[in-house]
Design a protein around this ligand. Sequence first.
Ligand code: CA
Length: 223
Amino acid sequence: MSAGVILVIEDEQSIANVVRIALERDGRRVICVRTGEEGLAELPRHRVDLVVLDIGLPGMDGLEVCRRIRADSSLPIIMLTARDEEADRVAGLELGADDYVPKPFSPRELAARVKAVLRRGTAAPRADELALAGVTLSRPRHEVHVGGRPIELTATEFELLAFFMENPGLLFSREVLLDRVWGLDYPGGTRTVDQHVAQVRAKLGRPELIETVRGAGYKAVRQ
Ligand code: CA
């Protein structure tokens, strides 16, 4: 089990470096970008576990980035704020940031906050019984029902559907889906993902359950 992929959105190189060193020491994979636009573009390309987000960014500011991430996911977000940005800090928490760390911060403090937020987020055990938009899935019985009617799925279709139902509202690229559902060493291409999504949609008769996001990938409805 990976110790987590952290996306750091911070325009100041020296601060980004401190964050990187602090988190890599804990065995985490760190991806650093310098603008909110880049950050939003990177998100669907990786299985990101947490975002460290600076408020003061060139272009789109951190609050707007937070708002956009929150529009379709509950991905943990820790905001970096300057000492005199109390109003921004409050706004960040109101927008759904999980925590904030005022600058200047010690690497140890940041690493501890990241650990605490991740622990909070992963406390819930993986559910065996999933329900989303009228579709129910039971892992132990390997059964899927739509409106009470049983649906026959292949093993891969079942895993793909379960993955979407476990992550409602989150956008995943085809590459990430291949990695998570088929496994890293699967030799096929991303077209496999499209075919299986189409099959799952057809069998469920609920095409709206898994939405195609043009140029980005797929996501399940939120509820
Ligand atoms: Ca900044």
